[in-house]
Structure formats: structure tokens, C-alpha cells
Ligand binder design. Structure first.
Ligand code: NAP
Length: 472
């Protein structure tokens, strides 16, 4: 099916098209227009015009539009889930979960739209400040450029579009080339929900071709980017004084103390490692288990992992499917090979069946092997024993990344020690780092990014604080 851009409230044909294929079957699922300089220009100009409308729109109206977007997603939940399954190769039951979260994200945005406020400042605390009334307000920035990844094509877009609308901004959205259909579906819903023309523009096409124009155009006041560290760091370097929020990758780890209930811990760790074939920014990539529990943990983890079922993402019983592209599958395989050459053991998986890399468990992986120190972003996890929790914390922190980390322990002092010492954006005690709900502050330190999402926090990134001081 031939798709169009969504510009200034109109569906616009492209001059060039590319074919979009299913990650699972390789079949062509759509023809998608490729934006060029002129299309980007039109999108930015439309957003700039629409900002004049958005900045004057009362909060209750912005909230009502967001509520309606949430309601329309709810009514079309199954359709939305099938789009994700088809273009991202995400198993349908996981895709449904993403749509349910997307609905919540827009609901949170609707609620937060009504809570954007400043504070009064007691200027008389300073000599010469008396006789004045002062307060702050939060104003929308203007046009927001949103660049999104393939792995959560509905919900991570919602984390940008939701707060941008809540705050009264206008948006130019560039979704990942592999997952444009989810964003075009959103455009349809936003139009039906009554979002003013131009407040959301969706341009599809290659990030390496049009990304620079978005990042450097002075009319775009902020870039909100979720994606790989390499692209994100490049954006930061070119963005000048623009506001930049970066939600990047990680090699997330979980620590498992002795004496925890493995029956509870192992299913969560398997979910954390292999949900959506590990193509999740907070996927569990490294597991450090206290040596006392290690043999039992490993044996049970491998046994349970072997029960996961691979298949067509549209099939109800598929737990995993193909990775996003054959090239990514090849890359993950080559990293497994590298670890093997360096002495690692493949406990299960490590092979491609059809287009699907099997969930892979590695042991004995050296810390500087790629599968340990870089972001695998595939169904690969390493499990290593540790002598102490201090040792494990040191290993978790020995990373370029720091998004989230998890620790399972029954010892309160150990939990609090880990909360203090883990250098990450979020510490999950008694859960995997993969835990996220959509209103919590979320983001990383080090090469995992800068700024926070989670609607309220994203609104802070997308607004400017203004002071008003009135001399009586
Ligand atoms: P990616 O390759 O970095 O792409 C992300 C987006 O950037 C896509 O829309 C891409 O467009 C665009 N892009 C590519 N080159 C660009 C350039 N030079 N200038 C501007 N934009 C450019 O990432 P991905 O493979 O889609 O997603 C996986 C990565 O995202 C992983 O590293 C993962 O950890 C990270 N992630 C982080 C979070 C978080 O919240 N921290 C959440 C999810 C994912 P094209 O698709 O057209 O190349």
C-alpha cells in the first residue's frame, strides 16, 4: 500500500518511494515516501505556523485532544498492535502490551497538560528585592523535532508527541525508516482527535539524509531523540544551542544476591533478556549471580529459556521472532563468535533458524568482549558468577553506559548500598532493569543519554522557564 507524508494537516505524496519489508518474512508490506529537503522545509514551516495556534490553546483543550487520542487508540487497539507486529516484527502479544502502554502515555500527557505551572519567588529575600511580586511560568519552546527508533514505534513516539502537545508545542516527527506505519497511524488518529493542522507533521525517509536538516534548522527549538548512542552523540555535536534530549542505549545488568527466590527471579530475568528479542534499550544483557546461587540459577535459566517459542509475529503463541534486519542478526552472531573465540561458552541458542536468532545464553564472557561491554540489542545474555555484591556493582558500573540497573536481594542494607552506588539513571530493587512504567522519570547517565522522559519530566525539557517580576 502506497503511503503519504502528513504535512500541515494534509496527506501529501512523495516524489520518491522506498519499499518497506516485514522483518519476519521479507515480504513487501508498504511503499513509503522518502522526504527530501523541500518536504522537511514544508514540515518545519507548517509546524511554525501551527505553533501560533498551539501556544494560545487553553490547557483544557490540549488535554481534551490528548484524551481523545488515547480513546481512539483504545478503540483501534488491535489494528495498532498488528501494525507494530508487521513492521517491527514484534510478537503480537508484546505489541498489544505496547499499545496499552501508548494509551496510558497519552492519558498521562492529557493529565499533565493541566498541571504545567510555575511558582512565586520571594524576591524580598534579597536586599533591594522588596516591594516586588515575582512568579515563574513555563512556556512552550516552539517547534520540536522528534526522531524515534524502531523498537517501540507507538509508545516511544507517544513519549515525544504527548508531552509536546501537552505543553503547547508543534512537532515535526521523523520515525525510524523500518517503522513509519505506526507514526502515520498516529497522524490519522491525531487528525480525528482535532489536533490543529500542522501541529503534528510526519515525514518519513532516511535519518542520515534528512536528520541534519532537522538538527540544524534554527526554527526547530529542541530535538528529542531516542536511538543509538552513535547517532545521538552526533546530533548533540551539531545541535548548537538547541535543547537536546537524548535517550540512548545501554548494556543493562541485573545483580542476583544469594538466598533470593529463583522461581520468581528467573522468569523476570528471561523476560528482561529476551522480550522483543532483546531489542529493548533496557534489555537485560548482563546477569551477575552470587556464586552460592549460580549453579541453580544457570541450570534453571537455560531450561526455561529453551521453552521460548519463535515464530511469525502475528501468531498468538510466538514469544520471539526475527530481529529487525538480517544485517543486525549477522552482527549479533558475529559478536557471539567473538565471545566464543575469547573463551565464552554458548549454553543455549547461538544459531539462526529461519530468520530468527535463537535466545542465546553465554557464560565465561570476558568483560571486554563486545557482548559484554557494547550494546548487543539482540537476544543474547551473559551470566557470570560473582563473589560479592560489591564485585557485581563494580562490574555493572564498569560500562560506558548507565540507563537502568536491577538488583534482587532480601537484604535491605545491600539494596540501599546498591541504590547509592550504581551509576545509572534508575535502580530497580527486586526487579530487572527492564521495568518501566510511563510516568516515571526515565533516562540515562554517561553514553546512555541526557535529559529525562516520563511525561512530566519531558514537559520540563520541552518548556522554557520565564520569570515575571512586578514592582508594586
Ligand atoms: P538509530 O539507528 O540510532 O535510529 C534512530 C533514529 O535516528 C531513526 O529515526 C533514524 O532514522 C534516525 N537517524 C539515523 N541517522 C541519523 C542522523 N544522522 N541524524 C538524525 N537522525 C538519524 O537507532 P535504532 O536502531 O532505530 O534504535 C535502536 C537504538 O535505540 C538502541 O541503541 C537502543 O538502545 C536505543 N533506544 C533507546 C531508548 C531509550 O529510551 N533510552 C529507547 C529505545 C531505543 P533511520 O531509521 O532512517 O536511519
Amino acid at each position: 500500500m502506497k503511503k503519504k507524508f502528513y504535512l500541515a494537516g494534509e496527506w501529501v505524496e512523495g516524489s520518491r518511494y522506498t519499499q518497506l519489508s516485514s522483518p519476519y518474512s521479507g515480504e513487501v508490506i508498504a511503499e513509503v515516501p522518502l522526504a527530501d529537503q523541500e518536504v522537511v522545509e514544508r514540515a518545519i514551516a507548517a509546524a511554525q505556523d501551527a505553533f501560533l495556534v498551539m501556544r494560545k490553546m487553553p490547557a483544557y483543550q490540549r488535554a481534551a485532544i490528548l484524551e481523545k487520542i488515547a480513546r481512539l487508540f483504545d478503540e483501534r487497539l488491535e489494528e495498532a498492535a498488528r501494525i507494530i507486529a508487521l513492521e517491527a516484527g514484534k510478537p503480537i502479544k508484546t505489541a498489544r502490551g505496547e499499545v496499552i502502554r501508548t494509551i496510558q502515555t497519552y492519558k498521562f500527557a492529557a493529565e499533565e497538560a493541566k498541571r504545567i505551572h510555575g511558582e512565586t519567588i520571594p524576591l524580598d529575600a534579597a536586599i533591594g528585592g522588596e516591594g516586588r511580586l515575582a512568579y515563574t511560568v513555563r512556556e512552550p519552546l516552539g517547534v520540536i523535532g522528534a526522531i524515534t527508533p524502531f523498537n517501540f514505534p507507538m509508545n516511544l513516539v507517544a513519549h515525544k508527541v504527548g508531552p509536546a502537545i501537552a505543553a503547547g508545542n508543534a512537532i515535526v516527527l521523523k520515525p525510524a525508516s523500518q517503522t513509519p506505519l505506526s507514526s502515520l497511524f498516529l497522524a490519522e488518529i491525531a487528525a480525528e482527535a482535532g489536533l490543529p493542522a500542522g501541529a503534528l507533521n510526519v515525514i518519513t525517509g532516511s535519518g542520515s539524509t534528512i536528520g541534519d536538516q532537522l538538527v540544524t534548522d534554527p526554527r526547530i527549538k529542541a530535538i528529542t531523540f531516542t536511538g543509538s548512542p552513535a547517532v545521538g552523540i552526533g546530533i548533540r555535536n551539531r545541535a548548537g544551542l538547541k535543547r537536546v534530549t537524548l535517550e540512548l542505549g545501554s548494556n543493562s545488568a541485573v545483580i542476583v544476591d544469594r538466598d533470593v527466590n529463583l522461581e520468581e527471579v528467573i522468569p523476570r530475568c528471561i523476560f528482561g533478556a529476551f522480550a522483543y528479542s532483546g531489542q529493548v534499550c533496557i534489555s537485560v544483557q548482563r546477569i551477575y549471580v552470587h556464586q552460592d546461587s549460580y549453579p541453580a540459577f544457570l541450570e534453571s535459566f537455560i531450561r526455561e529459556t529453551k521453552k521460548l517459542r519463535g515464530g511469525d509475529p502475528l501468531q498468538e503463541d510466538s514469544d520471539y521472532s526475527a530481529m529487525i534486519t538480517p544485517q543486525e542478526t549477522e552482527r549479533a552472531l558475529s559478536w557471539i563468535e567473538e565471545a566464543k573465540e575469547r573463551g565464552a561458552r554458548v549454553e543455549c541458542g547461538g544459531e539462526v533458524v529461519g530468520r530468527m536468532l535463537q535466545p542465546t545464553v553465554l557464560t565465561g564472557v570476558p568483560v571486554d568482549a563486545k557482548v559484554s561491554c557494547q550494546e548487543v540489542f539482540g537476544p543474547v545474555v551473559l551470566i557470570n558468577p560473582v563473589e560479592s555484591i560489591e564485585e557485581a556493582i563494580g562490574l555493572v558500573n564498569d560500562s560506558r553506559f548507565g540507563l537502568q540497573a536491577g538488583i534482587y536481594t532480601n537484604n535491605l542494607a545491600t539494596a540501599l548500598q546498591a541504590a547509592d552506588d550504581l551509576h545509572v539513571g534508575g535502580v530497580m530493587v527486586n526487579d530487572v532493569p527492564t521495568f518501566r512504567v510511563d510516568h516515571m522519570p526515565y533516562g540515562g547517565v554517561k553514553e546512555s543519554g541526557m535529559g529525562r522522559e516520563g511525561i512530566k519530566y519531558a514537559i520540563e525539557e520541552m518548556t522554557e522557564l520565564k520569570l515575571v517580576a512586578i514592582k508594586r
